[in-house]
Design a binder for this molecule. Structure first.
Ligand SMILES: [Zn+2]
Length: 225
């Protein structure tokens, strides 16, 4: 009996590094940035099984306020039936993404993960957590702070929802031929495996060795301001 107890304790001690959760990154809550979400119908409820990474696809300029950017995006979604021609005139009661990452690395909470996201591309939306980075990574490079935040957020979400790294993907891999999101200077880290390696390190509670590398030969050189 005593031996069995000791053996169990030893097993638990050996297993404990893999069991400890990656730390939850600091997140600016919906209340803090002033969300005015409208109700999302129950028909849109989901259980997350994918983490899908995006960029805004809109170049970021110096002096922009991320909270203001998000509030405008939310209002835009609610106004689409009045301002967009078909097929983009669908009503978005809340932000299309679940988390949004500013150039300074701050993570903002978007649509609750219990509801599927929105998209202008066609792929099965149910089951996706959408993580968006502000900026256009065909025209500018993500900041180191943004890379650190997208890695720690992805690791935390993957652990929290029991999502394996094989279900972490770029938007363009979810909707091939329809989009090049999240832009070539972020997609490069999917193409060479670096992004998932950094997430793997964060999942193991190690400091991810994030190295953005030099600009791509045909890619943007300007860092996001
Ligand atoms: Zn996207």
């Amino acid at each position: 009996m005593k031996t069995a107890g000791l053996l169990l304790a030893a097993l638990l001690l050996t297993a404990s590094p893999a069991l400890s959760a990656p730390a939850k990154p600091e997140i600016v809550t919906r209340a803090q940035w002033g969300s005015k979400a409208e109700p999302i119908p129950d028909s849109r409820r989901q259980v997350p099984v994918w983490i899908t990474i995006h960029h805004a696809g809109e170049a970021w300029s110096a002096g922009q306020d991320p909270a203001d950017f998000i509030r405008r995006m939310q209002r835009y979604g609610q106004n689409r039936p009045r301002i967009e021609p078909p097929p983009r005139n669908t009503y978005w009661p809340d932000l299309p993404y679940h988390y949004l990452i500013a150039p300074d690395g701050r993570i903002f909470e978007g649509r609750p993960v219990e509801y599927e996201p929105e998209s202008n591309t066609r792929y099965p939306l149910n089951g996706n957590i959408g993580v968006e980075m502000m900026g256009d990574f065909n025209k500018q490079r993500p900041s180191l702070a943004q890379l650190r935040s997208v890695v720690s957020l992805t690791a935390w979400l993957a652990h929290e929802h029991g999502i394996g790294l094989e279900h972490v993907r770029a938007h363009r891999d979810a909707a091939p031929t329809q989009t090049d999101c999240p832009g070539k200077d972020f997609y490069r880290y999917f193409a060479d495996g670096a992004f998932k390696n950094w997430v793997r390190q964060a999942l193991a509670n190690a400091e991810p060795a994030i190295d953005p590398g030099p600009p791509l030969p045909d890619g943007p050189t300007a860092p996001i301001p």
